[in-house]
Design a protein. Structure first.
Length: 335
């Protein structure tokens, strides 16, 4: 039996001649542009809405309106943090970060989730409890209705931009919920969840103000504030769970992993491919490591050619694999 040794062929697929790279750059720029647009839209809407909510809360004494003002203020800051994270994550690789800074976006998304839970959810819950203990009658309720109506329109527009950015990445045959659950871009899925919670919170606040005013019972207003706080805490828990997986090295789906393995196996000269190892370094940057056995009759030059063919085949189907490492097993004595 002939001994097999590792050629240690770690070929990093970053060749400038790769036909998949222009498409990758185009996809990255398009996705980044959509993500930033949804964030800018959300920030602009939340700044105007937060000011109007605080003014209305001051005039009417509504606890639910104050909670909504806090919510919008937190959302404004969170949008800024996500933009900051996007900017930091796009810095080029350096000696301390040879794979780039892509995961920094996941870190800032985690900070956003903590802020939503602690400030947005916590303060809203506290304001609701305080209002239940010391209820105050609503005054000038019409201002609440005006502000809430305008806010729903602006938040709805921000939600539309976030949903459009998410749907641009939706694969054929994949449901909306599956796309949201498996999205690796915090700038997109965090915006969708935040803006959806904002619209839901506004509707809850509207019902609280309406029934509190109709029945002359301020407890409805305090109860609405508590529900808004619990809603924000629930969204924060979802964001923490999602970003935790990405920070701790989440890879591609099982279906994608199997497809990559099959694409490599179909390359001429390849005899065996072991399950690939993958990890997201950024929303559009995945590292792939493959352990491949090549035909015994191939020379070292032919093995190198086959490695390049494997890289090109995989990138043609999955351009997000920007770093492909292949450990090629071959025979000694090849030339």
């Amino acid at each position: 039996m002939r001994n097999q040794v590792l050629l240690n062929c770690y070929f990093i697929g970053m060749r400038l001649t790769s036909p998949a790279l222009p498409r990758t750059r185009w996809l990255s720029m398009s996705a980044s542009s959509s993500s930033k647009l949804s964030l800018y839209g959300g920030i602009a809407a939340n700044v105007a809405i937060a000011v109007s909510k605080f003014v209305a809360a001051y005039i009417t004494g509504s606890s639910a309106m104050l909670s909504e003002g806090i919510h919008s203020l937190v959302d404004t800051g969170n949008g800024g943090l996500l933009l900051y994270g996007m900017s930091r994550s796009q810095r080029p690789a350096d000696a301390k970060h040879p794979f780039g800074h892509g995961k920094e976006l996941y870190f800032w998304a985690l900070i956003v989730a903590v802020l939503i839970f602690a400030i947005g959810g916590g303060m809203s819950f506290y304001e609701g409890i305080k209002h239940l203990e010391h209820p105050e009658p609503l005054e000038e309720a019409k201002w609440n209705y005006i502000v809430l109506g305008v806010s729903i329109v602006f938040e709805g527009a921000a939600l539309f931009l976030a949903l459009r950015a998410l749907l641009e990445k939706q694969a054929p045959g994949v449901s909306f919920w599956q796309t949201l659950r498996t999205s690796r871009d915090p700038a997109v899925f965090a915006s969708v969840l935040e803006n959806a919670a904002a619209v839901a919170g506004l509707i809850i606040a509207l019902f609280g103000v309406y029934f509190g005013h109709l029945l002359n019972n301020p407890l409805f207003d305090g109860g609405a504030s508590i529900i808004i706080g619990l809603l924000l805490m629930g969204v924060a828990v979802l964001l923490v769970s999602r970003t935790k997986d990405l920070l701790t090295g989440e890879g591609v789906s099982d279906a994608t992993s199997q497809q990559v393995q099959e694409l490599a196996r179909q390359t001429p000269g390849v005899t065996q491919v072991r399950p690939p190892l993958t990890m997201y370094l950024a929303p559009d940057d995945v590292m792939l490591a493959l352990d491949v056995d090549f035909d015994d009759n191939l020379s070292a030059t032919q093995v190198e050619t086959a490695v390049e063919a494997v890289q090109d085949t995989i990138r043609a189907q999955y351009p997000e694999f920007k770093r492909i490492f292949i450990e090629a097993k071959s025979l000694t004595g090849r030339e």
